[in-house]
Each structure stands twice: as structure tokens, then as C-alpha cells.
Design a protein around this ligand. Structure first.
Ligand code: MTE
Length: 331
């Protein structure tokens, strides 16, 4: 089984917590969606003292990101850029936490197309640039809780998925949305292994109402810049109330399905990873507790263990999606 608790303490994990939310960044962004004041956009910037190299991405994306307005924040410290971009799970680039940041730097993220198919009236091959050209980009600061029991707070930049879905015009048979990552062993060394446990490409899926939920985001950036390759450039899913494995990276296909699609981790270990992957402190992983989490940065002498919250703290907004369901069965 690949998903495991990390054994090693990384260098940045013992760095003092030095990055704090800059309230200035949030002052006017919280405008209602209809009235997004683009001129008042202040996405969180990578703090200079962090010293990490920022991934710039293509010019068109850079200028688009500069129009993003902050629409959502949390009253918690943001995880340093260096940790967000050097402690990753992206098995296409290796199994170690530092492998993606080391192996993915030459990954070609532009131009990028997304093929939309299945139960939709507007299927097609969409250029990412065209797909988001008419959309407002939003900065949303969300908690990310990995099923391995570590967590971060990340300032994403992206488009609510429901805005894109409306444009594809799904038909009445569209009950689920399936997402597929690029398969390109030439660029992705992790896909070359003959003995890989994963049947590539990586696939994830949501129920259509989860996909349409206002919290569900398609990210193209973080920390006021383009999404770095190791974080799933150029286009990745962010579902803040679910475990991180649902947040599929480097998406090239979106398919609307009538039947529940098989997702990668459920295929590998159905008793450990379900379809839903909702954060739930009361339902333990068979091999470890999910009651608490290690909030990065953490270290030997300040492990920074906090209680895990139901639906990762988003229960008020999403619990209704699962009313009447036995969440120990539908994990
Ligand atoms: N998407 C793909 N294609 N491949 C992966 O290995 N790992 C998942 C998810 N998306 C993964 C993926 C897991 S297990 C987690 S916790 C998050 O990505 C981690 O996102 P991050 O590296 O940006 O923190």
C-alpha cells in the first residue's frame, strides 16, 4: 500500500511558523460572486522570507491570476509556500514526498487540453486557456486534510467547478463526474514502473451534487501564482471536505456518467479507501486513527497535532449532502 504516514521529518517541518495571514489581502475580496470587484483583488503572495522558487506558468495564466479576488478564508495560519510545494503526493512523479517537486519541474503544462465527454450536450476538447477565459478566478483559502493524517492550509486560485459544468450542459443521466489525470510515462517516471500498484491513469469521481457544490474548486494557481507541476498543474480538483486523494491532479478528461465510476484508491484497497473519502474523525483508517492530524509545519518538539473536524470543518455547508447515509459504510 502506497499511502502511508511519513517516517522522516523534513527540513522545513522544523522551521518556525513564520507565515501568517496578511489581513490586507482579504479586505475586499469577499464580494458576492455576482459583484466580484476584480480591481480589488489581493491574492496571498508567496512571502519573500520563505525563499522558495515560485513556479511562474504561462503568461496568459499569470495575467489571469492577477485578476483573482479572495472570496474565502479561514482563521488559521497559512502553510508556508515551501511546505505546500515540496511535501507532495503525486505518484506519477514518485512515491517520496519530495519526489514530485524534484521530478516534475520539466513537466509540460501549456498548452493543455481537457476532453469533456459522456452524458453532456456540449462534449468537446477544450483548451484550458479558453475554458477559463470567461470565468472569474477566485482565491479560496481552504484546509487540506490528507488521509495519511497530515494537513495544510492552502491559498488556492481557481474556478468553482459548477460554473464550468453549467457550460458543458450535462443531461439528466449525468449522476457522477469522473476526472482523469494525464497518462504520459515519458514525462511521468512513476508511470513507467512495471510493478506499480496503480493502474494508470489516476481516476477520481464525485457525485454530481458534490461536483456542483459551491465549495468545489478547479484550481489553476496557489499563493498568487500558477499552480506548480508538483501540485497538479495546470488544472486540479480541490474538494476541501474530502481527503486529499480525491483532489486529482493534472486533469485531462472530465466525463459525466450515469453509474458510479471506479476511482483509483478504491480499486487498489476498497476496505481502506471508499468512493466518498469524506473527512471523518469517527471512522478510522484500518491501520491508523483519523481522530487527529499533524498540521504542517510540524516537528519533533512541536508536533502540532490538532483534532480532525467532521467534514474537515465544512460540515455546516456539506453535511446535508449525506443526510440519511451511514458514513461508516459510505466512507
Ligand atoms: N492526483 C494524482 N494524479 N496522483 C496522485 O498521486 N495524490 C493525491 C491527490 N491527487 C495524487 C493526486 C493525494 S493522496 C493527495 S493527499 C493530494 O493529491 C496531495 O496534494 P498536494 O501534493 O498538492 O498537497
Amino acid at each position: 500500500m502506497l499511502i502511508k504516514k511519513p517516517e522522516k521529518i523534513r527540513s522545513y517541518e522544523i522551521t518556525p511558523e513564520s507565515v501568517y495571514l496578511n489581513r490586507r489581502h482579504f479586505m475586499k475580496g469577499v464580494a458576492a460572486l455576482g459583484g466580484l470587484a476584480v480591481g480589488n483583488a489581493f491574492p496571498v503572495q508567496m512571502p519573500e522570507e520563505d525563499g522558495a522558487k515560485v513556479y511562474l506558468g504561462p503568461g496568459w495564466l499569470k495575467s489571469k491570476i492577477s485578476t483573482a479576488a479572495t472570496t474565502r478564508t479561514v482563521d488559521e495560519k497559512i502553510t508556508p509556500y515551501e511546505a505546500v510545494t515540496s511535501y507532495n503526493n503525486f505518484y506519477e512523479f514518485g512515491l517520496g514526498k519530495e519526489d514530485p517537486s524534484e521530478q516534475a519541474q520539466k513537466f509540460k503544462t501549456d498548452p493543455w487540453t481537457v476532453t469533456v465527454g459522456g452524458e453532456v450536450d456540449k462534449p468537446g476538447v477544450y483548451n484550458l486557456e479558453d475554458l477559463i477565459a470567461d470565468q472569474y478566478l477566485e482565491e479560496r483559502i481552504y484546509r487540506l486534510r490528507c488521509v495519511e493524517a497530515w494537513s495544510m492550509v492552502i491559498p488556492w486560485i481557481g474556478v468553482p467547478l459548477n460554473k464550468l459544468i453549467k457550460g458543458f450542459e450535462p443531461n439528466s443521466k449525468a449522476k457522477y463526474v469522473e476526472f482523469v489525470t494525464l497518462e504520459d510515462p515519458q514525462q511521468m517516471p512513476g508511470q513507467r514502473g512495471l510493478f506499480s500498484t496503480i493502474d494508470w491513469p489516476y481516476v477520481e469521481a464525485l457525485r454530481i451534487d458534490e461536483a456542483m457544490h459551491p465549495l468545489t474548486l478547479m484550481a489553476v494557481g496557489l499563493y498568487g501564482n500558477a499552480l506548480p507541476p508538483q501540485n497538479g498543474a495546470p488544472f486540479r480538483l480541490v474538494v476541501p471536505w474530502k481527503y486529499g486523494f480525491k483532489g486529482i491532479k493534472s486533469i485531462v478528461e472530465i466525463n459525466f456518467r450515469e453509474q458510479m465510476p471506479m476511482n483509483t484508491w478504491r480499486k487498489i484497497a476498497p476496505n481502506e479507501y471508499g468512493f466518498y473519502g469524506n473527512v471523518n474523525p469517527k471512522v478510522d483508517h484500518p491501520r491508523w486513527s483519523q481522530a487527529t492530524e499533524r498540521r504542517l509545519p510540524s516537528g519533533l518538539f512541536s508536533p502540532n497535532i490538532i483534532d480532525t473536524r467532521m467534514f474537515n470543518g465544512y460540515a455546516d455547508e456539506v453535511a446535508g449532502l449525506y443526510s440519511g447515509m451511514d458514513l461508516s459504510k459510505w466512507y
